[in-house]
Design a protein around this ligand. Structure first.
Ligand SMILES: *Cc1c(COP(=O)(O)O)cnc(C)c1O
Length: 376
């Protein structure tokens, strides 16, 4: 049994993928070109935004977003300590300071009611991370951002296709797509993400033309889109390969179906794991469409359960074992154990189970049975 079995998905769409790759090889347009342009348009449509700019990875999407918004050394950016390292790493790489706010233990997402407490005159923006497939309470985040004139970059690496219904009356009618609520939304196409490339890839979505244009410049050496060899600003090379765009275009057509299958698998787990031992099954908030990038349970016996499952041939993963404020790379920020108790507690109790869309029911039954045996 594998935690993600990417081969199962590849087998299902092999013909289409082979054809897409061959099409790129025949064209010999490997950087930019039609595949990339079309994919950007398709993502913009899918996310219901005006602009989508492709980049080389989710990490670059976050980095270029901060750069486009003018983040400078000394600036403070509010984010969560319970996330993948990239979220805070990009802030640091611009000389800015990540300012952490503890999480809500029920959702693992940033506790938005505590953001106000950390805002100073140096605070420039908020980077909420929609963890495991479920969005942060964006009503509250946007309210704070408006009041304190902060930008909002959504780290939407784990939630492409997730939705949120606003509780604000005027916006109540239609659910908003992940990535479309803040100033900029960042996606990752890392192979194991819900929409995974056959390599690295990323995307930034926005309704702000100025920001989209700025990111387009930054990701391609600041090269003028109109005149060759004219470099308007200093940028970098962060482009999505045409091969990846061609693969992702084929996969995008299945994304909603795959996200639904993950949610179905999650419901099945819930049914058989709720009330077993001290297990807490994941909770889906009101008005949210959870796309279950991860299916993450909590238990005080996490380490023993993980060992037991491993012995039975069942892979389970810990996202995340060390909260960011306790990582050696952030030692210089002088955080201590106990600074973010909910994140630290979650780090000791979380366990993610296989949830990929093609997970065979037989395997899922086996996993459920073994977990129940552990607690029996
Ligand atoms: C995957 C991920 C990233 C980074 O994306 P890459 O494409 O691997 O660079 C950033 N933030 C979160 C929350 C992620 O899960």
């Amino acid at each position: 049994m594998k935690f993600f079995d990417l081969q199962r998905q590849d087998k299902l769409i092999k013909k289409e993928i082979d054809e897409a790759i061959r099409r790129v090889l025949n064209s010999s347009v490997f950087i930019g070109g039609q595949e990339v342009e079309k994919f950007e348009k398709e993502i913009a449509k899918f996310c219901r935004v005006k602009y989508a700019v492709s980049v080389n990875s989710g990490t670059d999407a976050l980095f270029l977003s901060l750069k486009a918004l003018g983040v400078e050394p000394g600036d403070e950016i509010v984010t969560t300590p319970f996330t993948f390292i990239a979220t805070a790493e990009v802030i640091t790489n611009l000389g800015a300071k990540p300012v952490f706010v503890d999480i809500n233990p029920n959702t693992f997402n940033i506790n938005s009611s505590k953001i106000r407490e950390v805002i100073t005159e140096k605070t420039k923006g908020v980077m909420p991370v929609h963890l495991f497939g479920q969005m942060v309470d964006m009503d509250e985040i946007m309210k704070i951002a408006k009041k304190y004139k902060l930008f909002v970059i959504e780290d939407a690496a784990q939630v492409i296709g997730a939705k949120i219904k606003s509780k604000v009356k005027s916006q109540k009618s239609k659910a908003a797509m992940a990535g479309s609520v803040g100033d900029l939304g960042c996606f990752s196409f890392f192979p194991t993400k819900n929409l995974g490339a056959y390599g690295d890839g990323g995307m930034i979505v926005t309704n702000n033309k100025k920001l989209a244009d700025k990111i387009r410049l930054l990701k391609n050496h600041g090269s003028s889109p109109k005149e060759k060899y004219l470099n308007l600003i200093l940028g970098m090379n962060s482009r999505l390969d045409a091969l990846q765009a061609a693969v992702l275009r084929k996969k995008l057509k299945y994304l909603e179906e795959w996200n639904k299958k993950r949610a179905k698998n999650a419901l099945y787990y819930n049914k058989f794991l709720k009330g077993v031992g001290d297990i807490i099954v994941p909770e889906t908030g009101l008005g949210l469409t959870h796309i279950f990038h991860q299916y993450t349970i909590r238990t005080k016996y996490r380490d023993q359960l993980k060992k037991y499952l491993e012995k039975e041939g069942i892979p389970a993963m810990i996202y995340y074992l060390i909260p960011l404020h306790l990582q050696p790379c952030f030692k210089y920020l002088n955080f201590k154990k106990g600074n973010f108790p909910e994140a630290e507690k979650a780090a000791k109790e979380v366990l993610s189970l296989p949830i990929y869309p093609e997970l065979p029911r037989k395997d899922q039954n086996h996993i459920v049975q073994k977990i129940r045996n552990f607690y029996a």
